[in-house]
Design a protein. Structure first.
Length: 235
């Protein structure tokens, strides 16, 4: 017979409860897989070293990877790093992003960019000048997301054009991007053009011609300017 019970004394990975597995006359501990903000695994020294790297201007930008198998405390290390960062001035802007939450639901790159932009907006909300730049940065994310939607789900769905209408329009699909719609069915082509224009306008409203290279360059420049003026590292 196997018996599972909770005795409330466990402390593995910060778990408030420990599970006791009773079998063959002995009791062994099992812990739930939950990250902790308290160091029960002696990872503070590792966390402090990571924090020191992130706070060293001469080392930035820097990428630090925390590797380990399932349940070894990677998330706990990140919690400890965040706690140490927040004990120093100037306090870094810490962005928490879990890519697993977006898997299969959104473009992970665009999702990360959006989280970064939203975090910066909150960080500079009291500075009108930086706030405007942060909002402009967020607006560019819409452009990248629009491109991702068009690529992943088809230009018709991205532009809000019903699939049946696209079929009816025939070769009008290929000319949507250039703005020159040609089809034997003129009425259908006009309808596609109108639907595409309205759908695209909801995603992006460009003030001038925009291309991916230009947008990427502008995003990098605005991002760099915001961090420089903010005077705080971003982690």
């Amino acid at each position: 017979m196997l018996h599972f019970g909770f005795d409330g004394t466990g402390r593995g990975r910060g778990s408030p409860q420990g599970a006791c597995w009773v079998g063959m006359g002995e009791c062994r501990r099992m812990w739930s897989d939950r990250d902790s903000k308290t160091d029960f695994l002696n990872f503070t020294e590792v966390a402090e070293q990571i924090s020191a790297l992130a706070r060293s201007p001469e080392m930035l930008p820097v990428s630090v990877g925390v590797f380990g198998t399932w349940g070894t405390g990677k998330s706990t290390v990140l919690n400890l790093v965040k706690q140490d960062l927040e004990r120093h001035d100037p306090k870094p802007v810490v962005i928490e992003f879990d890519a697993w939450l977006f898997q299969g639901f959104d473009d992970s790159k665009a999702a990360l960019m959006e989280v970064v932009a939203d975090t910066l907006i909150r960080a500079v909300k009291d500075d009108d000048g930086l706030l405007g730049k942060a909002k402009a940065l967020a607006a560019r994310v819409n452009y990248f997301r629009a491109l991702g939607v068009a690529a992943d789900f088809g230009i018709g769905m991205a532009l809000g054009v019903p699939p049946g209408l696209l079929t009816k329009a025939g070769d009008a699909i290929s000319s949507l991007v250039s703005g020159s719609v040609k089809s034997d069915d003129v009425d259908a082509a006009k309808e596609v053009g109108k639907a595409a224009s309205e759908g695209w306008g909801k995603l992006v409203k460009p003030e001038k011609a925009r291309t991916p290279p230009k947008e990427i360059s502008a995003f990098r420049q605005e991002f760099s300017d915001i961090l420089e003026e903010l005077g705080r590292p971003l982690v």
